[in-house]
Design a protein. Sequence first.
Length: 449
Amino acid sequence: MTLPPPPTAPSAARPGPLPVDPERWPDVARPPRASALRTAVARRLVERALARLPLRIRTGRAPLPGPARSAGDGTVPTLTLHEPDAFHRRIGADGLIGFGESYMAGEWDADDLVGVLTVLALHVDDLVPAPLHRFRGAWVRRRPPADRNTPDGARENVHRHYDLSNELFALFLDPGLSYSSAIFDPLPAGPDSLSDAAFTAAQHRKIDRLLDLAGTGPDTALLEIGTGWGELAIRAAARGARVRTVTLSGEQLALARRRVAQAGFADRVTVELLDYRQVRGRYDAVVSVEMIEAVGAEFWPDYFAALRRLLAPGGRVALQAITMPHERMLATARTHTWISKYVFPGGLIPSPEALARESAAAGLRIDHDRGYGAHYAETLRQWRTRFLRQETAVAALGFDDVFRRMWEFYLAWSEAGFRARYLDVRQLLLTADDPGEATVPAGRRGEAS
């Protein structure tokens, strides 16, 4: 089952193949080397797979082919190949990484990018014939060892995404700079982007539900793991909480501190550049919003152990986490994907089963679990609409056409994942299995130990 198709968002200019800076984008500037046989096999597999899907495929300016299978709502998106040889060579050499790099290079386009990617997400397990699944290792790459989320590696991985430019993120996020799923009431039905006020209200609704789950109120000692740009910390401080929030992003740190001071909460909020593994103290509430996706499966035990260690007796942990089906998580756990190469190095989306297993192993119990996948699809549509309308401003910040297509593809692919229900986002409340543990004096909660 899929979500209803999204209202149409604006698309970036469709120039066809782009001039690419080979120093900045070495793997996009030219198709990879691939044997004629491997390319031919890839072409055959891709053509057969796409022919079974509700898509139209056209080459260059050729007339549209005959009727395609309907997606169920009467819509059939079109994928246009500008450079079919390069397209198939990239897929033959690098699979889905090559598919994304081909889009970055302008070698293919779509009249409805999210529509095309939603079809692919719905049929991701059918794109390669079942007998060939055993040879998956020959088509995918292992994650680079440098992407491991060790303390040093995690800081570098965060730097590569979140330190791109505060100004860039401000172009498409709401004015509160929330970079996670909003919660709408109701879900928008029209094609336009929301007003700043309406979008911020939806983000505040998400934050407020998390703070409510965590029991945040006057004098609550609250720890936030993953600061973002400070909006949750500011909103918690407005409730009277005493907040400590940690981040690995230098750009976010500087702006979050300024925003906290401007809001008048410098005496109630402390923002630190610190790895979650280095935090000490006990807190009445711990909140972490879409942070676990950047932790990496290898370090999930460390993350949940930290949540438990930092929780004061009777305390509550509120998490917001993107999830994917368990079998898909296992298939991609060690795979170097387009997203891990270009957008979120070192990241892995957990499954609900993994969250339950890791939290239980750390002595935490899930007391609340609610999904908001449709809301994330809409959040991503809002971001993509805003981003595509800011083409001139993005260029003025020094980001070239390849980067803009990369970012468009990232937002569209993510939206498609939620529309296909391949991805979900959940808010969870965790509490300790042993709430009777010896108490920590109230005056010591949230202080280094």
